[in-house]
Each structure stands twice: as structure tokens, then as C-alpha cells.
Design a protein around this ligand. Structure first.
Ligand code: NOJ
Length: 516
């Protein structure tokens, strides 16, 4: 099922900021279509587009007002259909972003559910039965309806929580996932899924996938709900892929997701890699990879290979890689990201090391995330080739620095991050062991120590990956006999007195020929 994930390499597009085709200062679907060859040329064969449905954009589109129409700023449903076709023509796949946990207050379901008279949407959201009672542990919307009650919110206060029921029921107004209201919510969401998959979409990234059933400490209720969705997919859309924003693969993969993201929140230690006081992938060499690896292995084992674990380069919610890593560090970071199991996700612009812009005024509920959402830098033209609109009309201001990276500059420079990422993708795509389902075994991942080494393998081949982001030469004891080098950046490995010597700031992939 969803076999295409086996060699998928995703490119995440924040549609507002990728390419503007009609000079209104904001990206759109025709803009994306015009850049598909660029994405394919980099080597990515799959896309994830952030929410693109009709919305008041209080949370950049994560506040959906109509799940069935493309927001006019991006185009029409016809443009979406064309996008699916253009993607498929190039042998690529595409995920849309499903936001099942909440809608915008402007959604017609919510407007109906605010009415005091009982109707088909009365139980669509989580409501208490008195304005004077708020749902425990959750913020709520109160005093804006004639209906008596407070409505739980899932994220910002303009995002009321859809009702999928409670796992542990402690109040009379709380419903079971099996009650009629919650069941109808799930059916409504399945209809949304069906609509887009029938039109040609290949699956969804699922927003806050772990949040649906309330008072569900161990996730059991939410896992049971997603199992139902998986059953429906297997029956009706067996090739569709669902990727969860959950951050706990031991749970999400049991729920039937094909893949789960490690995230900047939750227990994964993902932040230890690129985003903490001392990131591991920084040449200062003060990072620690051991807790990340311990948690990764725990998840890998607990999820029993039911699905994949995916490590993104970043996303629209976290600071860009370039905030703490320089271009050389980023090359080694990509040598890691592109040699781990699960399908890699490259956040648009990370392939050229686009920077996090400090101190921007919040745009559409971005707050500190706004600095990671600035328009793509294509070339040396007006607005870096993103849009021909006047500069003041751009959705978010651009990186103004003279040395800002652009695709044009990096394509012209063989030593650029862009070319390194492209090369790494080509190598991954010519070795199954490096792809989504190759096995992984950690060889060296000691506390507060460098290098970091692991083995990727299939029955046919074994590849040793050795990464030393630190600025110092290091060595580790190993009985491995090194074979052919299939990738080397920053200097090759040497064998000396039973240990492997690893140059400073280097990344190496070695085909193993056997053990000594
Ligand atoms: C996670 C999304 O990635 C984020 O951008 C959004 O604000 C929240 N979920 C709420 O939907």
C-alpha cells in the first residue's frame, strides 16, 4: 500500500510564499505548476502543500472555512485538478494538508452549531452545556452564541474543536466516539478525504493528528479512530498516503498512518539535531546525538515497521536550519536527512539555505514562525523572482541581504548547498538501502561525542554512513572493513590501528564489503 513512499522524497511548499503567477504578491497554484520542473530537477518526487482551502487566514489556512474549495488567492478547484495532473505527468505525487481537529469560526458547520435550536451540527463541535462551564484543560470560545455553552478550541481561539468524542468521560456533555455526533464528524471528514482523493490528490499530511479524541492520555481513542480511517483508505484508496503531524510514531503508526513526522515538540529529541543551544550538526562540536538515537530506536522497535518515521529538514512552524547551521553544517545535516529511513521532507528554500528572518511582524497568525515563511528566492530579478508585485505587497517581506542565497546563484556554483543536496538525492535514489525501508542499525552514537555512524541495509547491500559535523578530526573503534566510497564530503575515512579516522566536518557513505 502506498508503495510510492518507498522511494519518495518530499518537498514542502508553503503556497503563500513559493511562486506568484499573477503579481498580487502571494503565491498560487499556477506559480507552483510553473516550478514543478525545478522541484523535479532537484530530485524530489513528491510534494506536500500547506492548507489551501477557503479560509479567513487567521492561522495561515489552518482555520478552514470550506474544505471543498480552493482559496481564491491560490486559484480554483480546476487549478487544483491541473496541479494534480501536472504532478502525475512528471511521475510525482502530491499531499494536501488535512486539518481534521478544528475549523475556522467562519465555517458553516460552526455557524449552525452556534444556534440554540438543535440541528445536524449541534454536536459537530465540543460544547459544554452551560456558558458558565468551560471544558477542562482546554481554552474555549464563550459568549458569542445564543446557544448556551462554551465551545472548546483546539489551537487559536478562532479554531473551535471538532467533536470526535472523549476517551474518558467525566461530564454529562462529553460524548463517546461511538455516539451519533462524533460518528457524523468522522463521516464528514471522510467525505472531505474522498472528494480530494477522487479528484487526483495522492494523500494528506494530517494536522494535529493526535489531538482528535479528548481526555485520551495514552492516545488509545485517537488510535482507534485512525484505524477506522485506514480501513476506509485500504478499501477505497489503497495507494493514498497519510502522514501524521503527531510526533509519536509508536502511537500514530499503530493507528495506521503510513508515516509520522518527528517534530520540534514531543518526546523525539529532534531539536537536539539542529535547533537547541548546542545542535549536534554544528561545527562547534558540543552537541549530543545519544538521546535522539535512543528515542529513535525505541520508536523504531515499538512501531514494528507498521509504517515509516520521517525526519524533516524543517517546516513552516520552526526556525529554518540556517538559523544555527552554516552552509557547510547544512551539507552534513542533509547527508544525514537524506540517508535516514522514512521519506525525507525538504522545506522549500532549505535546499539553498534560506535564512530565518528575525523580528518580523506576525503575518496570518505566524508570530515567530513568520521568519521561516518568507518568499522563495529564485533569482536576481525583481523580488528575487518570486513576484512582480510592488515590494510592499509581498505576503511577507523577503530576506533583504545582498548575499541572500538564490536558486540562480547556487545552480551556477558547483560547490553550493543546492548541488550537494541534489547529489545526495541522486545517491539515495540509486541505493535501495538508503531509501525509506532500508534497515538501520546504529554503529556509533555515544553521549556528547562525535562522529555519528550507522548502517543502512537491504538483503543486497550494506552502507555505512559516518558523519562528523564537528570541526575536529575524530576516531572510533571499529572492526568494519571499509569498501567503496559512494559519497564523500570534507575528506575520506582512514583505517588506522583498529579504528576509523574521520576528518573534521565530513560526511561519508561507504559500501561495505564484509567484516574483518
Ligand atoms: C500545526 C500546523 O503545522 C500549524 O501551522 C498550525 O498553526 C497548527 N497545527 C494548528 O492547526
Amino acid at each position: 500500500m502506498a508503495k510510492w513512499l518507498d522511494d519518495a522524497i518530499f518537498y514542502e511548499i508553503y503556497p503563500q510564499s513559493f511562486m506568484d503567477s499573477n503579481a498580487d504578491g502571494i503565491g498560487d497554484f499556477q506559480g507552483i505548476i510553473s516550478k514543478l520542473d525545478y522541484i523535479k530537477g532537484l530530485g524530489c518526487n513528491a510534494l506536500w502543500i500547506n492548507p489551501c482551502f477557503t479560509s479567513p487566514f487567521g492561522d495561515a489556512g489552518y482555520d478552514v472555512a470550506d474544505y471543498y474549495t480552493i482559496a481564491p488567492r491560490y486559484g480554483t478547484n480546476e487549478d487544483a485538478k491541473q496541479l494534480f495532473e501536472e504532478v502525475h505527468k512528471r511521475g510525482m505525487h502530491i499531499l494536501f494538508d488535512l486539518v481534521p481537529g478544528h475549523t475556522s469560526v467562519e465555517h458553516k458547520w460552526f455557524k449552525e452549531s452556534m444556534k440554540p435550536e438543535k440541528n445536524a451540527y449541534t454536536d459537530r463541535y465540543v460544547w459544554t452545556d452551560s456558558i458558565w462551564e468551560a471544558p477542562e484543560d482546554m481554552a474555549s470560545i464563550r459568549g458569542i452564541s445564543d446557544r448556551d455553552g462554551s465551545c472548546a478550541v483546539n489551537f487559536f481561539s478562532s479554531q473551535p474543536a471538532l467533536n470526535y468524542g472523549y476517551y474518558k468521560i467525566t461530564k454529562s456533555w462529553q460524548m463517546s466516539p461511538e455516539d451519533e455526533g462524533p460518528r457524523a464528524t468522522l463521516e464528514a471528514m471522510k467525505d472531505v478525504i474522498r472528494f480530494w482523493l477522487t479528484m487526483g490528490c495522492d494523500g494528506f499530511r494530517v494536522d494535529m493528528a493526535g489531538s482528535l479524541v479528548k481526555q485520551d492520555e495514552d492516545g488509545k481513542g485517537t488510535i482507534a479512530l485512525w484505524k477506522k480511517v485506514r480501513k476506509f483508505l485500504d478499501e477505497e484508496f489503497p495507494d493514498a498516503a497519510f502522514v501524521s503531524e503527531w510526533g509519536e510514531p509508536d502511537k500514530s503508526l499503530q493507528g495506521g498512518f503510513h508515516m509520522d513526522f518527528l517534530l520540534h515538540f514531543g518526546p523525539s529529541h529532534y531539536n537536539d539535531l539542529f535547533r537547541c543551544e548546542h545542535p549536534y550538526f554544528n561545527k562547534e562540536g558540543k552537541g549530543d546525538i545519544s538521546e535522539f538515537v535512543a528515542k529513535y530506536m525505541e520508536n523504531y522497535e515499538k512501531s514494528e515497521k507498521k509504517g515509516l518515521i520521517c525526519i524533516p529538514s524543517g517546516n513552516h512552524d520552526m526556525e529554518r536550519l540556517a538559523r544555527q547551521l552554516d552552509p557547510e553544517d547544512m551539507k552534513i545535516a542533509f547527508a544525514f536527512l537524506l540517508s535516514m529511513p522514512g521519506a525525507p521532507f525538504i522545506y522549500y528554500g532549505d535546499e539553498i539555505g534560506m535564512r530565518y528572518l528575525e523580528n518580523l511582524t506576525s503575518v496570518e497568525g505566524g508570530y515567530n514562525r513568520t521568519g521561516s515563511r518568507s518568499p522563495m528566492q529564485w533569482d536576481s530579478g525583481v523580488n528575487a523572482g518570486f513576484s512582480t508585485a510592488p515590494k510592499e505587497k509581498l505576503y511577507i517581506q523577503q530576506d533583504e541581504s545582498a548575499d541572500r542565497p538564490t536558486v540562480e546563484k547556487q545552480q551556477a556554483d558547483e560547490a553550493s548547498l543546492y548541488h550537494e543536496v541534489k547529489k545526495l538525492i541522486q545517491i539515495r535514489q540509486s541505493h535501495k538501502a538508503l531509501q525509506s525501508k532500508g534497515e538501520i542499525e546504529f554503529v556509533y552514537a555515544e553521549k556528547d561525542s562525535y562522529p555519528f555512524a550507522y548502517m543502512r541495509s537491504t538483503q543486497e547491500e550494506k552502507i555505512l554512513v559516518v558523519l562528523n559535523p564537528s570541526g575536529k578530526e575524530v576516531r572510533f573503534d571499529s572492526r568494519l572493513a571499509l569498501g567503496e566510497s559512494i559519497y564523500s564530503y570534507g575528506g575520506e575515512l582512514k583505517v588506522q590501528d583498529g579504528s576509523i579516522v574521520v576528518p573534521a566536518c565530513s560526511a561519508n557513505y561507504i559500501l561495505l564489503t564484509g567484516e574483518k
